[in-house]
Design a binder for this molecule. Sequence first.
Ligand SMILES: Cc1ncc(COP(=O)(O)O)c(C=O)c1O
Length: 398
Amino acid sequence: MLTERLQRLAGSQTSGMRNRARKLRAEGVHVVNFAAGELDQDTSPSIKQAVRKALDDGRTQYTDTLGIGPLRESLARRITRNTGIPYAVDEVGFTAGAKQALFSAALAVFEEGDEVIIPAPYWVTFPEQIRLAGATPVFLPTAHNGFQIDPDDLTACITPRTKGIILNTPHNPTGVVYPAAVLEKIAALVLQHNWVCIFDECYDELVYAPAAHSNIVRLVPAMKARTILIGSLSKSYCMAGWRAGYFAAPAPVVKAIANLQSHVASNPSNLVQYAALAAFDAGNDAFIAGNLAQLGEQRRIALQLVSHLTGLPCVVPEGAFYLFPDVSSLFEKTFRGQRVGDVDRLAELLLEHAHIAVVPGSAFGADQHVRISYAIPAEEIVIGITRFAKFVRLLAQA
Ligand SMILES: Cc1ncc(COP(=O)(O)O)c(C=O)c1O
């Protein structure tokens, strides 16, 4: 009964690992959850209060497809501030999470026969969405270059069918932040070849000084005409479960996405739009700064502990909240007489025997790595990495 399109589609592996950890927890096992893709924090009280008010005010009807007027105005102001280039209301839209914005964008600009370049490792959903749009992902390897894009490698990926590129900075799963100089070189290629650049900056506010986030449109204003900017409230505003994301693009693309969204979802939840409006307007800078300071400390602790895991090199992340160590030196070892073999088995063993949930890098096109999220309490990080170290000591040389 199933279409080929969906037969080929596997569920998100990051959600899969989280679900398995949740199940073990429900059985009473203390699992350290390094698999989370969100902060371990509640949404700020001012945002919750705005939603209570919206509910009392009866904000329960359908809304405009891409969001209520005040929200789109607020979004346009936000993107204008971030890019330094004026964005109008008809150049922005609100969606049920960045994931939906990304999918709508892929359907709007990519189709059968197109190739879309994605730096690998990549966030698990990018290639699937490209394939669902009928296009072909082309992976640009970065692991040999500390997960940074080498413009020469990018040039080697270009074919007559190349239609676009998806950039994500700060990057999930590696935590790297793309430097301005590299983004400028990529922008030159985008403009030269008339590609579309999908620029996912869901973690833009979670960057550790002295590193700084660069927006490609701010760097190269001509990129405004070729770029779809993607943002999310899931991470810095601790609103993952609310499903709140947004995008900015040339007006005809926004119009096409509005048409699509009108048939797929009508509009993002009315109440969540009031939450987003409060998030943007109510001065949540202190909330974000507090979370970032805490994450910085968690990052320091996690990095220090992981650096003691001999044979597991790890690039120092400058943004987001993930470590992405290379664990391939463990594959040839054995656990209770059986070869570890690969990263999926390693993640299973870590969950079963060390009670820590990590996401195997295979989910991100990097089967020598695991992703460790340090957006959990410091005590949990210490317990978890200590368990990891103990597990590594139990492994025997084959
Ligand atoms: C790089 C990246 N883009 C997009 C998303 C999706 O965010 P949202 O929760 O807004 O759909 C995530 C979530 O993990 C992500 O890591």
